[in-house]
Design a binder for this molecule. Structure first.
Ligand SMILES: [Zn+2]
Length: 126
C-alpha cells in the first residue's frame, strides 16, 4: 500500500493553523505527531498542540489539547506566511538555532572543550 509523503513539517516544528478552526485559526501550534496515513475512521495525518493554550482551548480540545490536521498543506510554516490576525509575529515559526561552541582555540587552533575557560596550549581566554 502506498503511503503519502508529508513534505512540509516535522515533529517539534512550530507552525500556524490555517482558517476554518474557529478560535483555533491562525494560532501558533507545535507538531506533536505525524502519520504517513490516517488511522481507520480518522482523516487527520498531522497532530498539533497550541503553543499558548488558553482555558477556552481546553473546553474545545479537552485536556490533551490535540488538534488533528487533515493535510500538512493546511499549516503555515514560513515567517513570510504571517498575516495580520496570526498569533505571534513572523519570527514565531523560526526554528531555534543551536549555537555550536568552537572546538578549536581561535588563537593557536589547538583542540578545546566547551568547559575550558582558557586554552591549555597558549592561554588564550575562551
Ligand atoms: Zn590556544
Amino acid at each position: 500500500m502506498a503511503t503519502v509523503k508529508i513534505p512540509k513539517v516535522k515533529v517539534g516544528q512550530i507552525c500556524w493553523t490555517c482558517g476554518g478552526y474557529d478560535i483555533l485559526s491562525f494560532r501558533l501550534v507545535k507538531v506533536v505527531e505525524i502519520r504517513d496515513k490516517p488511522r481507520k475512521g480518522e482523516t487527520s495525518r498531522v497532530f498539533v498542540k497550541p503553543v499558548n493554550p488558553t482555558e477556552t482551548d481546553k473546553i474545545w480540545l479537552g485536556n490533551d489539547l490535540i488538534i488533528g490536521i487533515h493535510n500538512p498543506d493546511w499549516l503555515f510554516t514560513e515567517p513570510s506566511d504571517w498575516r495580520n490576525g496570526f498569533e505571534g509575529s513572523p519570527e514565531s515559526v523560526m526554528q531555534p538555532v543551536i549555537e555550536k561552541k568552537p572546538t578549536n582555540c581561535p588563537s593557536c587552533n589547538s583542540k578545546i572543550t566547551a568547559k575550558m575557560k582558557f586554552c591549555g596550549e597558549c592561554g588564550e581566554k575562551l
